[in-house]
Design a protein around this ligand. Structure first.
Ligand code: ATP
Ligand code: MG
Length: 445
C-alpha cells in the first residue's frame, strides 16, 4: 500500500476522552472511530488488525478440529424463553420488537441458538463429538462502556460450543480448548494466563479465564509468579489425544492463578512469599464446561449405545476478538506509539522515503516495495511529501515492527537502513539484503 493512496487519519493531539493508552493509541493511529458509546467503526488500519486476529483464531480453532459456521446477530426471544434466560439475562440484553410485534434480541452469546441447531439435526451418539464455532458480533448493553474496544457494547467474539456424549468427553473438549487458546494467544505475541474463574450467569463448575497482565486490566488476579515462565511454544500436539491435552492443562493450571471471584487467601499464602503476586489483568477469553444445563432445558438429546435418549454434555468457549486489539496494545507499546507483534501487524514493514521526488530515492523505494509485494508481503510505503520527522512519527505511532529507510545519502554508499520498532536499533545494508531479512522474519508468521 502506498500511503498517498491509503486512508490513515492519524491524530496529532491526544484525544481527551480516552483514559487508557490502548484507547488513545487506537484513536490516534486512525484505527477506530466511535459511532456511539461502546460502538465503533473500524477504520482501515484497525480493520486490518482485526482481520489478522480473526484469522489466527480461525486457524487455531480448525487446527483443534473445531468447525466454523455463522449464526445471525438477531435472535428470537422464544428460544431464550426455553432456556429461561430471556427473563434472567437482565438489562445487558438489547431487546428489539419487529413490525409484527415479535420479540427479538441482539445476541449477547449463542448457547440457545446453537443448541437449537444441534437438536434439529443430531440424533445419535455416532455423530459426536462435535464442536461448532463462529466469529460474530455480539451486543451487550454494558452499563459503563469504556476503554475503547476493551469494553464495548458491540464487540466481536469467537464463541464455540462442544457437544459430547459423556462428561468425560466434554472435559476433553474443555482441555482441547485450553490448549488451542494457549497457542492462539502466543501467536499474537501475548502471554494469556489461564486462571480459575467463576461460572457467572452461564453457570458451570469448570471454567478458566485467560488473562493478560496489565495495569489497566479490569480484573484483579492472584498468582504464583512461576506461572509466567511457562511457554506453549512450537510444540506439536495431537488434539485428539486425551492424555496430551490433559497433560498440557495440568502443566498450565497446577500453579495458583485465580481471579478475585475464586481467590482463596489461605491457599495463596501457601506459596512462598517471594512468588506471590497480586496484579490486574485483561480477560481475553474464557472456557466453560456446563454439563447438561442447556441440553436438558431445550431437549437436545441423542441416542446412546444402549438405545437410551440422553441429554448431551456441553461447554462454551469464548475469545474476545475485538478486545484483543486493546489487550495487545496495552502489552506492547512505548511513548511513541504501538509496537505490533509480527503475528498481527497490519503491514509487515514500513518504507520511508527521506527525499520524495529524488529520482534515485524514488526508484529504490519502488524496487523495495515491489520486491516485498512479490514475496507475498504487505509493505506500507510512505510516498508522501511530509518531512522525514513526520514520517518517522507516523510509522512509530502505527507501530509496524520493521522499517526500511531510504535516502539519497545512504544510496550513494549502496545502503538503506533497517530499523526494529521494538529495540529502535538500525542497521545499514544493501536494499536486497533488507528485503531478504524481512522475508526471513516473516517466514514463520
Ligand atoms: P467481562 O467479565 O469482561 O464482562 P464476560 O466474562 O462477561 O466478560 P464472556 O461471556 O466470557 O465475557 O465472553 C467471552 C470474551 O468476550 C471475554 O473473555 C472477553 O474477552 C470478551 N468480552 C466480553 N464482554 C466484552 C465487551 N463488553 N467488550 C469487548 N469484549 C468483551
Ligand atoms: Mg468471561
Amino acid at each position: 500500500m502506498r500511503l498517498s493512496r491509503y486512508f490513515l487519519p492519524v491524530l496529532k493531539e491526544t484525544p481527551s476522552e480516552a483514559q487508557i493508552v490502548s484507547h488513545r493509541l487506537m484513536l490516534r493511529a486512525g484505527m477506530i472511530k466511535q459511532a456511539q458509546a461502546g460502538i465503533y467503526s473500524w477504520l482501515p488500519l484497525g480493520f486490518k488488525v482485526l482481520k489478522k486476529i480473526e484469522n489466527i483464531v480461525h486457524e487455531e480453532q480448525q487446527r483443534a478440529g473445531h468447525i466454523p459456521l455463522l449464526m445471525p446477530t438477531l435472535q428470537s426471544a422464544d428460544l431464550w424463553r426455553e432456556s429461561g434466560r430471556y427473563e434472567a439475562y437482565g438489562e445487558e440484553m438489547l431487546r428489539i420488537t419487529d413490525r409484527h410485534g415479535r420479540d427479538m434480541l441482539y445476541g449477547p452469546t449463542n448457547e440457545e441458538l446453537i443448541t437449537d441447531i444441534f437438536r434439529s439435526y443430531v440424533r445419535s451418539y455416532k455423530d459426536l463429538p462435535l464442536t461448532l464455532y463462529h466469529i460474530q458480533w455480539k451486543f451487550r448493553d454494558e452499563i459503563r462502556p469504556r476503554f475503547g474496544v476493551m469494553r464495548g457494547r458491540e464487540f466481536l467474539m469467537k464463541d464455540g460450543y462442544n457437544f459430547d456424549l459423556t462428561k468425560e468427553d466434554a472435559l476433553h473438549a474443555y482441555n482441547r480448548h485450553l490448549v488451542s487458546y494457549l497457542r492462539t494467544y502466543e501467536r499474537m505475541g501475548l502471554q494469556a494466563i489461564p486462571m480459575r474463574a467463576d461460572g457467572g450467569p452461564i453457570g458451570g463448575d469448570y471454567t478458566h479465564e485467560f488473562l493478560v497482565l496489565a495495569e489497566t486490566g479490569e480484573s484483579e488476579v492472584f498468582y504464583d509468579s512461576e506461572i509466567t515462565d511457562l511457554k506453549f511454544g512450537t510444540r506439536d500436539i495431537d488434539f485428539d489425544s486425551v492424555e496430551e491435552c490433559q497433560s498440557v492443562l495440568e502443566e498450565f493450571t497446577s500453579r495458583y492463578a485465580r481471579t478475585d471471584e475464586t481467590h482463596d487467601e489461605a491457599l495463596f499464602n501457601q506459596i512462598p512469599e517471594e512468588r506471590r503476586r497480586s496484579a490486574r489483568g485483561i480477560e481475553v477469553g474464557q472456557i466453560f464446561y456446563f454439563g447438561t444445563k442447556y441440553s436438558e432445558a431445550m431437549n437436545a438429546v441423542v441416542q446412546d449405545q444402549s438405545g437410551a435418549q440422553v441429554p448431551v454434555h456441553m461447554g462454551s468457549h469464548g475469545i474476545g476478538v475485538s478486545r484483543l486489539l486493546g489487550a495487545i496494545i496495552e502489552a506492547s507499546h512505548d511513548d511513541k506509539g504501538i509496537i505490533w507483534p509480527e503475528g498481527v501487524t497490519p503491514f509487515h514493514c514500513g518504507i520511508v522515503n527521506l527525499k520524495q521526488g529524488d529520482a534515485e530515492a524514488d526508484a529504490a523505494c519502488e524496487a523495495i516495495y515491489l520486491d516485498l509485494v512479490k514475496s507475498g508481503l504487505e509493505p506500507l510505503y510512505d510516498d508522501t511529501n511530509e518531512r522525514a520527522g513526520g514520517k518517522f512519527a507516523t510509522m512509530d505511532l502505527i507501530g509496524l515492527p520493521w522499517r526500511i529507510t531510504v535516502g539519497p545519502r545512504g544510496l550513494k554508499n549502496g545502503v538503506v537502513e533497517l530499523t526494529s520498532r521494538r529495540t529502535g536499533e538500525s542497521e545499514e545494508m544493501p536494499p536486497e539484503q533488507a528485503v531478504e531479512r524481512i522475508r526471513q522474519i516473516y517466514a514463520n508468521h
